[in-house]
Design a protein. Structure first.
Length: 457
C-alpha cells in the first residue's frame, strides 16, 4: 500500500502509544510507526496485552495495527523513512547536578535529537510531543540544524493534553489541539502539515495555532492551573473540617459560578500522576532562572499544599486510631493515582503506604489494576501484602482507607466488609466517594475529607 505520509513517533509510552494509535485509526492514508528503546514495551504493543491500561485503547490499536500502525525497536529506520517525527520520550525531573529536584531532565530528548540528525537524509518536521521547558525548541534547532548535510529541520510544539483513564476519549474529542511553530515561511508550512493531520477528525475551530514559545509554555501553565484548583479545594477541605462546613456543598456553590466552573473541584488525599508535580517544579525552576522569585514561590505553594494534604490525611489516621497503629492491619483501597489507570506514578497512596508501614502497621494494598506497579513502588518495604479482592483485604483490618476513586468502591457491600473487620472499624475516605451516613449507620467510624467525622465514640 502506498502511504501519503510517513509519521514516526519516538517514545511508546502513555502519550506516544495512544496518540499515534488514534492518528493511525483516523488517517489510514498515513503510515504511523511507533518506536522505543524498550523491547518489552514494543513487544507488548504488538499483543493484545498492551503495556498500559486505558479504557477503549485496545479497540483503537486493533483497528489500525498491521494496517498502517506499526510498533518497532528499529528507531533509525523509522527516522530515515519518515517526513514527520513526533518525540514523546519521558522528561522527568532532574535528580542530579544543577537544577536537581526541579529542572526537567532533557537527556532523553537531546539523545533523540542527535539520533535524528545522525540518521536523516532528507528534511523532517520534528514535533515536540513531550512536555518541555519553554525555549526547548531553540536548543533542539541548534542541535538539529548543526548537521553537515545541510538538511533543514523544522521544530513544532504540539503538547499533549490527554489525561490518563480518559486518554482515548480525550484524543478523539479534544477540547483543543495546540500547534506552535515559528512564524517563518517554512515554520508556517510545517505548522499547516501538522494541522492537516488533526483536521482529519478534530473540528478546525478546536485546532489552535500559536508561536512555538506560547505552545511550549501553555502546556506547563495548563497543568499548573489544573493542579492549583485541586490544591485550592484541598486547602478549603482542611478549613471545612474545623468549621462544620461541608466541602461538597462549598465546591458545588463555588463551582456553579460559570466564571469558576464545576470541574476539577473534588477534594482528595492529594493529586498524583507523573506530570503535575514535575511540570510545576519545572515552571518554578524556569521562573527562578529568570529572577521571578515571587512567581516561583506562588506556584511552589501549590505543591506545598498537596504535601500538606497527604500529610494531614495520614496524621489524622494515626491520631484517630488512638495514636498507635503498631501491628494493626490497614487496608488501602486503591493504589493507582486516579481511577481507570494502572499508573501509580506519584500516587498519594505510595506516600501513605510508606508512612503507615513505618509506623509499623500491617498494610494491605488492594487495587483492581495497579497491584503490579504497587509491588514495584513498595519493594523496599517489608510486610506489605497485596490483595486484589477488597473483601479479602478487609478481613481482620482495623481500618480501610480509600485512596483511588474506582467505581468499584462506591458499590461494595459495606455491611459485609464491616462484618469481617476488627472493631471499632474505621473508614477514611480520601476521595469522598462513599455514602458516609450509610456507612456510619452500619457501624463504621467514618472520616470524610472536608467535613467533620461521624464517630460512635
Ligand atoms: P513514558 O515514560 O510512559 O514513555 C516514554 C517512553 O520513551 C518510554 O517507553 C521510554 O522507553 C521511551 N524512551 C526514552 N528515551 C528514548 C530514546 N532515546 N529512544 C526511544 N525511546 C525512548 O512517558 P509518558 O507518560 O508517555 O510521557 C511522555 C511525555 O509526555 C512527558 O514529557 C510527559 O510530561 C508528557 N505527557 C504525559 C501525559 C500522561 O498522561 N502520561 C500527558 C501529557 C503529556
Ligand atoms: C493531567 C491533566 O489533566 C492532563 O490534561 C495532562 O495532559 C496530563 O496531566 C499530563 O500532562 O500528564 P492526569 O495526570 O492523567 O492528567 O490526570 P488528572 O485527571 O488530571 O488527575 C491528576 C490527579 O489529580 C489525580 O491524582 C486525580 O485523582 C487528582 N484530582 C483530579 C483530584 O484530586 N481532584 C480533582 O478534582 C481532579
Amino acid at each position: 500500500m502506498m502511504f501519503s505520509k510517513r509519521i514516526a513517533c519516538i517514545g511508546a509510552g502513555y502519550v506516544g502509544g495512544p496518540t499515534m494509535a488514534v492518528i493511525a485509526m483516523k488517517c489510514p492514508q498515513y503510515k504511523v510507526t511507533v518506536v522505543d528503546i524498550s523491547e518489552a514495551r514494543i513487544k507488548a504493543w504488538q499483543t493484545d496485552n498492551l503495556p498500559i491500561f486505558e479504557p477503549g485503547l485496545l479497540d483503537v490499536v486493533k483497528a489500525a495495527r498491521g494496517r498502517n500502525l506499526f510498533f518497532s525497536t528499529d528507531i533509525d529506520a523509522a527516522i530515515r523513512e519518515s517526513e514527520v517525527i513526533f518525540v514523546s520520550v519521558n522528561t522527568p525531573t532532574k535528580t542530579f547536578g544543577e537544577g536537581a529536584g526541579k529542572a526537567a531532565d532533557l537527556q532523553y530528548w537531546e539523545k533523540v535529537a542527535r539520533e535524528i540528525v545522525r540518521e536523516s537524509r532528507s528534511p523532517k518536521i520534528v514535533v515536540e510531543k513531550s512536555t518541555l521547558p519553554v525555549k526547548t525548541a531553540q536548543t533542539m534547532e541548534n542541535i538539529l540544524n548543526a548537521n553537515d548535510r545541510k538538511i533543514h529541520f523544522e521544530v513544532i510544539s504540539n503538547p499533549e493534553f490527554l489525561a490518563e483513564g480518559t486518554a482515548v476519549q480525550d484524543l478523539l474529542e479534544p477540547d483543543r489541539v495546540l500547534i506552535g511553530s515559528h512564524e517563518t515561511e517554512s515554520g508556517l508550512r510545517a505548522r499547516q502539515e501538522i494541522v492537516d493531520i488533526y483536521a482529519k477528525w478534530v473540528p478546525r475551530d478546536r485546532i489552535l495555532t500559536s508561536n512555538v514559545w506560547s505552545a511550549e509554555l501553555s502546556k506547563l501553565v495548563a497543568n499548573a492551573f489544573l493542579a492549583q484548583r485541586i490544591s485550592s479545594i484541598n486547602s478549603i477541605s482542611a478549613l471545612c473540617e474545623k468549621t462544620d462546613a461541608n466541602i461538597l456543598e462549598v465546591a458545588r456553590a463555588v463551582g456553579m459560578d460559570s466564571r469558576i466552573g464545576n470541574r476539577f473541584l473534588n477534594a482528595s488525599v492529594g493529586f498524583g500522576g507523573s506530570c503535575f508535580k514535575k511540570d510545576i517544579l519545572n515552571l518554578v525552576y524556569i521562573c527562578e532562572s529568570y529572577g521571578l522569585h515571587e512567581v516561583a514561590q506562588y506556584w511552589e505553594s501549590v505543591l506545598e499544599m498537596n504535601e500538606f494534604q497527604e500529610t494531614r490525611f495520614v496524621r489524622a489516621m494515626i491520631r484517630e486510631m488512638f495514636n498507635t497503629i503498631v501491628g494493626k492491619r490497614i487496608a488501602l483501597f486503591g493504589f493507582a493515582f486516579k481511577a481507570n489507570t494502572s499508573d501509580t506514578r506519584e500516587s498519594p497512596a505510595i506516600y501513605i503506604a510508606k508512612k503507615l508501614s513505618r509506623e509499623q502497621a500491617r498494610v494491605v494494598i488492594s487495587d483492581p489494576k495497579a497491584l503490579d506497579n504497587a509491588r514495584i513502588d513498595l519493594a523496599e518495604l517489608e510486610g506489605i501484602t497485596y490483595q486484589e479482592d477488597p473483601y479479602q483485604a478487609a478481613v481482620g483490618a482495623h481500618a480501610v482507607a480509600i485512596m483511588t476513586e474506582w467505581d468499584l468502591y462506591r458499590t461494595l457491600e459495606w455491611e459485609k466488609i464491616f462484618d469481617v473487620m476488627e472493631k471499632p472499624a474505621f473508614l477514611f475516605d480520601g476521595r469522598n466517594i462513599v455514602d458516609h451516613e450509610r456507612l456510619f449507620k452500619i457501624g463504621f467510624n467514618v472520616y470524610p475529607l472536608g467535613r467533620p467525622p461521624l464517630k460512635h465514640f
